[in-house]
Design a binder for this molecule. Structure first.
Ligand code: ITT
Length: 213
């Protein structure tokens, strides 16, 4: 069984549709300061794997608002807890572009190497890049002997709106996709279009292909 290392049970609930039963390990891994979700997730997956001692996934997600030049992005968790989603919505002026994206990077680590192109390959990026290659200058936390991490990305476009709906978690009430906020969708509907659903579908395919789970 895969261990999903997260403090957020909402993420685990969404992952179950793709990965069957998933065990939540409530461990708050170190989120390295950085602009790149892949770097944060890869670092977290290595730390979580060392802590759990079994195959793990971590998920680092963020809301990127066009009018704020991508903010809060990697700082989404801090902004949700210290500012609140209602105020994020209020910060977008009526004349602003209300466009936004939700991004997820899911990082998998089981302590082993991977066949396809070696370690740290990034699945689903427009041009497949390696995490180590893409962020060699920044990822000073990656050392020789660190276990490889496989990265899966998902992104969904949307619009920032006044909060609507009771479902989901986090920013779901203010993130509208095709006329419906994520908080107005059930888990299956959200997964079908969401950033996390897209990343998890890629992870699920890869786990099947490589006979890992
Ligand atoms: P872990 O790091 O322990 O997994 P977290 O909730 O802090 O849990 P992130 O840092 O990845 O996870 O999330 C950044 C913020 O984005 C945080 O405030 C989440 O509530 C929010 N978030 C993540 N995925 C979301 C989703 O699908 N819908 C709405 N908000 C989401």
């Amino acid at each position: 069984m895969l261990t999903f290392v997260t403090t957020n049970p909402g993420k685990v609930h969404e992952a179950e549709e793709y990965l069957g039963s998933v065990e939540q390990f409530d461990f708050d891994y170190t989120e390295v300061q950085g602009e790149d979700l892949g770097t944060i997730a890869a670092h977290g997956a290595r730390e979580a794997y060392r802590e759990a001692g079994e195959p793990v996934i971590v998920d680092d997600s963020g809301l990127f608002v066009d009018a704020f030049d991508g903010f809060p992005g990697p700082y989404s968790s801090y902004v949700e807890s210290h500012v609140g989603i209602e105020r994020v919505w209020r910060l977008t002026e009526p004349e602003d572009d209300h466009g936004a994206k939700f991004r997820t990077v899911v990082a998998y680590c089981d302590g082993e190497g991977f066949d396809a192109g070696g370690a740290d390959r990034r699945e689903g990026a427009p041009n497949e890049r390696t995490v180590s290659g893409a962020s060699r200058a920044r990822a000073d936390s990656v050392r020789d002997g660190d276990p490889p991490v496989k990265i899966f990305e998902g992104v969904v476009p949307g619009t920032i709106v006044e909060p609507r709906g009771d479902g989901g978690f986090g920013y779901d009430p203010i993130f509208e996709h095709d006329g419906t906020t994520f908080a107005e969708m059930d888990t299956e509907e959200k997964n079908a279009v969401s950033h996390r659903g897209r990343a998890l579908a890629k992870l699920g395919d890869w786990l099947d292909e490589t006979g890992r789970v």
